[in-house]
Design a protein around this ligand. Structure first.
Ligand code: SAH
Ligand code: CA
Length: 212
């Protein structure tokens, strides 16, 4: 579901810097060959993530939900010299594709790619992280937040994707994923350790800045 009328969506994209050739190729290849290609961040959200990362200038990023690597490549654009991005995905079938695109994007030396269940991998990562991107299975969003919050630097950011869930967050009768996202949004909003802004880009991104 698009929240903006198509003509405005196009106007927004026309006033957003284009994808690099590598990202455009990855976008095409994901759409042609991979299951559920609508999960990819894509042009506008990708540029938003890259811009956020360039503003934050993180030394260490944690991404939960690599998929085909698109968002990770975008987030890595803002890394400080010598910085690292950890990215986790449970789907080992995407490994070769993902690694080939990290190579093409010239970021393989900055990436720690973990294949497995994020719930098990996050506790093994030391941090601290200046930027976390939560974008894996929605039922565990709240668990991911709890697992990472102590590993985020004061003044660091947790970005979470799909927080509007195609608008289903307003439904009175909610399926499991919707209920999990609604509970997550409330939990973060009520957490005194973070200040938040919900941004209605694509499917909604919640920006939480850790203050204490
Ligand atoms: N961030 C990507 C899209 C991620 S799609 C982008 O914007 O382009 C969500 C991903 O989460 C899928 O690839 C799925 O395999 C992964 N995932 C689902 N459950 C997971 C889990 N428990 N641990 C790690 N990854 C998981
Ligand atoms: Ca997503």
């Amino acid at each position: 579901m698009e929240f903006l009328p198509e003509a405005l969506e196009q106007y927004v994209e026309q006033h957003t810097t284009g994808e690099t050739d590598v990202l455009q190729q990855l976008n095409r290849e994901t759409n042609a060959k991979v299951m559920m290609p609508r999960m990819i961040s894509g042009h506008l959200q990708g540029r938003f993530l890259a811009m956020m990362s360039k503003m934050i200038k993180p030394k260490a990023i944690l991404e939960i939900g690599t998929y085909t690597g698109y968002s990770g490549i975008c987030l890595a654009e803002g890394l400080q010299e010598g910085g690292t991005i950890h990215t986790i995905d449970i789907n080992e079938e995407l490994e070769d594709l993902v690694r080939s695109y990290f190579d093409k994007a010239g970021i393989s030396h900055k990436v720690q790619y973990h294949i497995g269940n994020a719930l098990e991998i996050i506790p093994t990562l030391e941090g601290p992280f200046d930027l976390v991107f939560i974008d894996a299975d929605k039922v565990h969003y709240a668990n991911y937040f709890d697992q990472v919050i102590d590993k985020v630097t004061i003044g660091g950011y947790i970005l979470t994707d799909n927080v509007l869930w195609s608008g289903k967050v307003l439904d009175t009768k909610q399926d499991k994923d919707t209920a999990a996202i609604v509970a997550f949004n409330k939990k973060v909003m009520d957490n005194p350790r973070v200040e938040t802004v919900m941004v209605p880009i694509r499917d909604g991104i919640l920006i939480a800045r850790k203050t204490v």
